[in-house]
Design a binder for this molecule. Structure first.
Ligand SMILES: Nc1ncnc2c1ncn2[C@@H]1O[C@H](COP(=O)(O)OP(=O)(O)OP(=O)(O)O)[C@@H](O)[C@H]1O
Length: 258
């Protein structure tokens, strides 16, 4: 019998992504020889400076970007394409929402594709619209929503499809500080309720510490790698003013000052 921690695990060995420079043909590595094991149900944060290759690695796990070498397995199966077990939440909701569909229709879109019966679709969309705090806005169109609300719709739509693995690419990066904090709290609640495997990309140390059980530090590119992994066992909800939080923050910040 497989344990919860082995289901939806991600194993990455010697993973590489390279490209050839158009003018010279020289091979450059975006990421090189990344090794990482993420347990099923874990909340893992990928933290690193802009341009180090976080999105590239996340999109490789999603199956959107092909690898140039190494192994990348989800549930012990090599990833070579996107799958229903994985879903990505992007920084900008605008490009992923359908402007001609209402909030509810957007959230139900994947379910409709799967031919889920209408009544069941409604139960599921109601649940996730409520979970992200958008009850009462079901009939609105994306253009009637604020940036934060659109981001919530994107999250509700991804959750309605019930992927085992949530891949989040700076999903709150464009939000104002207050909305961002609310969304971070909601995400932690959703993760604790649904036991999904979450990989969350950010360049914000405080966000990484508020969310992650483990935080992988990516080095500056090219040939970027995960150089260190920090365990964060602080209890939820995390208190940014606690001495433990401050101490871990300083240790991690030290990486980026060297
Ligand atoms: N198709 C490509 N061809 C050449 N270079 C690429 C390609 N895709 C990405 N890169 C380069 O790879 C590096 C990593 O990009 P990536 O978007 O993965 O970084 P990131 O850490 O997510 O950055 P940010 O935090 O700014 O979003 C960048 O220098 C980028 O220019």
């Amino acid at each position: 019998m497989s344990s919860l921690s082995n289901r939806h695990a991600i194993q990455i060995e010697q993973l590489r992504k390279s490209y050839s420079a158009q003018t010279t043909g020289d091979v450059h590595y975006i990421i090189k020889d990344v090794n990482l094991v993420i347990k099923g149900g874990e909340f893992f944060v990928l933290l690193g400076p802009s341009g180090c290759g976080k999105s590239t690695l996340l999109n490789m796990i999603a199956g959107f970007v092909s690898k140039s070498g190494g192994n990348l397995k989800v549930d012990n199966v090599e990833v070579d394409r996107p799958g229903r077990d994985r879903a990505v939440v992007f920084q900008q909701a605008d490009s992923s929402l359908f402007p001609w569909l209402t909030v509810q229709e957007n959230v139900e879109f994947g379910l409709r594709m799967k031919k889920t019966p209408k009544a069941e679709r409604k139960v599921i969309s109601d649940r996730f619209i409520q979970l992200v705090g958008l009850s009462g806005h079901e009939k609105k169109f994306p253009k009637e929503l604020s940036g934060g609300m659109k981001q919530r719709v994107q999250l509700a739509r991804v959750l309605a499809n019930d992927p085992a693995i949530l891949l989040m690419d700076e999903p709150f990066g464009a939000l104002d500080a207050m909305t961002r904090r609310t969304m971070q709290k909601e995400l932690v609640n959703i993760w604790r309720e649904t036991h999904k495997t979450v990989i969350f990309v950010t360049h914000d140390i405080q966000e990484a510490l508020l969310l992650g059980e483990r935080i992988g530090i990516m080095s500056v590119g090219p040939s970027s790698n995960i150089t260190d992994i920090y365990d964060n066992t602080l209890p939820f909800p995390r208190d940014v003013a606690s001495p433990e939080f401050y101490s871990l923050y300083n240790r991690i910040q030290g990486h980026f000052e060297e």
